[in-house]
Design a binder for this molecule. Sequence first.
Ligand code: SF4
Length: 461
Amino acid sequence: MYDLKVPQSEISRQYEYAEKIRALSSGRKYTVVTLGCQMNVRDSETLEGWLKRCGFVPAQNREDADIIIYNTCCVRENAENKALGNVIWLKELKKDKPGLIIGVCGCMMQEEGISGQLKEKYPFIDLVFGTHNAYMFPEYLYRVIASSERVFEVWDIKGYVPEGLPAVRNSRINAFVNIMYGCNNFCSYCIVPYVRGRERSRDPEDILAECRSLKAAGFKEIMLLGQNVNSYMGGGTAFADLLKRVNDIGIERIRFMTSHPKDITRELIECFGTCEHLMPALHLPVQAGNNEILKRMNRSYTNEKYLETVSHLRKVRPDIGLTSDIIVGFPGETRQQFEDTLRLVRHVRFDSAYTFIYSPRKGTPAAKYDDPVSIEEKTAWIEELIALQQCITSEALSGQIGSIQNVLVENVSSRSALTVGGKTPRGLMVNFEGDGSLIGKTVKVKITAAGKNTLKGTMEE
Ligand code: SF4
């Protein structure tokens, strides 16, 4: 038995609570609001899975819901403000609907003092739980419903892995599969290790079983998820070996994220040349292009090492599309150091990059660093970076014109029932004429035009 797993008897107990709730209140409506990253999206799928087991059905909108759960993020200050702003708005809703159950969970709840503050200041909140005890959701909800109790339960870091939880998947085409939880890296600006705990990898057999069942259910693409998948080590299996085994299952497309540049191994890079289902796309957050800043970020790689990795990846898979995250205005960053980032971006030519102005997070080392650069200056820098990246993105997209791409169709456009959208293997979005019957199919599309962030094409007969 994998020693990190939550005992199966505990999970079974949660299913029993779900049944008890169903017996009490079947047919009520729910809304789950998700803020933050893919890990939170995946966690919300589990919350929805539990709600369905409890007999709830999705609400049309928040006003229509009998229970609203906010799954929060705390990576940036504005995500926290947004969560609090949203929750405060619910106070008015609850005045008109006193039976409404309001729950708040996710990373923000793991921050010191937050749960206590919510309990004291927001009496209309019924339920708060953290990331480490989220699998206990049915039991907490039962207490709220059966005894009208306010339940506030946030555990300190325990580091267990729950298996066998239900899920309502957001898509029938792409599925997220968590392979690990937590992070050991302690980048000096990041709060994740404090709220998500240390790395815990799932048992490879559980991951493979989940992937097989997704394939059997008709999913075409899976995204293997973790804060740093490169350091996956479940039952002694390294990430590259897990990837090869997932590849052997034969799901049409495999992607993974997030990948810390310091932990990307030669063997993992070689997978891009040998695993036929692994798509030629990699999100490789560089964060900064200057070695001194990287050191102060505690990123444990240099600009040179990052470029070496990029060059190795492109040797193995010349058509690989790289994307990245970049922080602008890290405390003490000088104009010259920022220019190193611009230089790196010009050199690597990412397909796209998420760019952020540094946002201090209480409790992290960087929050105590001197930060003499004004917000006006940081804003000017990020605008310069965005303009540069936009130009590179446009060139990357234009470079696709005339090519024929295998596009996995994912959706019908919200603007026209006769336009569908999907992704190329490299992860570029393509829109073209077609209808809903194409969803889930991979079709050949000739690229005819490039927009700011997406491509247009025509389907080949
Ligand atoms: S690798 Fe660094 S940035 Fe990513 S989650 Fe871990 S501490 Fe945060």
